[in-house]
Ligand binder design. Structure first.
Ligand SMILES: C[S@@+](CC[C@H](N)C(=O)[O-])C[C@H]1O[C@@H](n2cnc3c(N)ncnc32)[C@H](O)[C@@H]1O
Length: 282
């Protein structure tokens, strides 16, 4: 399905975003590039440790004894590795749609050498290849929900609910919709990457209040003007009320807003600079 957005509001009158719901698949070919350009997100050890500590605390408080923990949409695997280090007695399963990211995740784990409880598998959250009631803890870090149409987001949510046991939990870290005011319509950065050298990183972003989607375009140019990646993307940002309704609809008993974390808004963390932590109980 294609969505057309006009970027006039972003002072970019000549360009139109054509967003394909499968944009994330381009991470397969460009995973390494994105990993290096967004290293403040994907290689941020402080973020992994902080986020995983939040999950550990929630598990402790919920009186749940995890039989395994799934890091759904694990990306390059920083959180999965931390979870595996802290929970050596159970299996940690990192699942993601991008083989490129999974490869980086596996390399990260191999470098540590002794994480025998950590597994990575390809998975489309709209159709999870796991049995019902498979685990009692699922964690989703770094705003990893909302990539599809509302209907397919609901389907994915239902899938996540399906693989969680009765009394199990889902912990999700999602963009705080109030932070949308801080979106910069256009930003350009010079980035030095280990593998691709010096790059120009251009980002256009608008907030579409009708569809409640953050719609953007990332263009990565090498210095002589050659385009390495031109990627359109669109992410649905849910209000707490909407999440509440969605959760009830797919069969979660309860949803709780745990906390709000604001990182430095001047950093380039974009949708991850101001996030809410939600707990869903089945
Ligand atoms: C913003 S990244 C966050 C990665 C990681 N959780 C983190 O915080 O570093 C979103 C992730 O969602 C994954 N993703 C997108 N669509 C997916 C799908 N249909 N099923 C599973 N994962 C998906 C992407 O490949 C990407 O790794």
């Amino acid at each position: 399905m294609n969505f057309m957005y006009n970027l006039k509001q972003a002072n970019n009158p000549n360009q139109t975003i054509v967003y394909n719901e499968e944009w994330i698949k381009s991470y397969d070919n460009y995973a390494k590039l994105i990993y290096e350009i967004d290293s403040d997100i994907y290689n941020n050890q402080k973020r992994f440790e902080r986020d995983v500590q939040i999950v550990q605390n929630v598990i402790k408080k919920s009186n749940i004894k995890p039989i395994s923990i799934i890091d759904l949409a694990c990306g390059p695997g920083g959180h999965s590795v931390e979870l595996a280090k802290l929970n050596p007695e159970i299996s940690i399963l990192g699942l993601d749609y991008s083989n490129g990211f999974l490869e980086i995740a596996k390399n990260r784990a191999n470098q540590l050498g002794n994480l025998n409880n950590l597994y990575f598998e390809n998975c489309d959250m709209r159709n999870i290849q796991l049995p019902d009631n498979y685990t009692n803890v699922v964690a989703m870090f770094g705003n990893s929900f909302g990539y599809f149409s509302d209907k397919k987001n609901e389907l994915a949510f239902k899938e996540i609910q399906r693989i969680i046991k009765q009394n199990g939990i889902l912990i999700m870290n999602l963009t705080n919709i109030d932070s949308i005011n801080y979106l910069k319509p256009f930003a350009e950065y010079i980035v030095d990457t280990p593998s691709f050298g010096r790059l120009v990183d251009r980002r256009y972003k608008i907030w579409d209040s009708t569809t409640k989607r953050s719609v953007g375009r990332k263009i990565h140019l090498i210095q002589d003007g050659q385009v390495l990646l031109d990627q359109s993307l669109s992410i649905r940002v849910y209000t707490q009320n909407e999440l509440q309704n969605l959760a009830k609809k797919v069969g979660f008993k309860n949803i709780e807003l745990l906390s709000n974390i604001q990182d430095n808004k001047n950093e380039n963390l974009g949708l991850m600079s101001d996030t809410n932590w939600y707990l869903f109980s089945k």
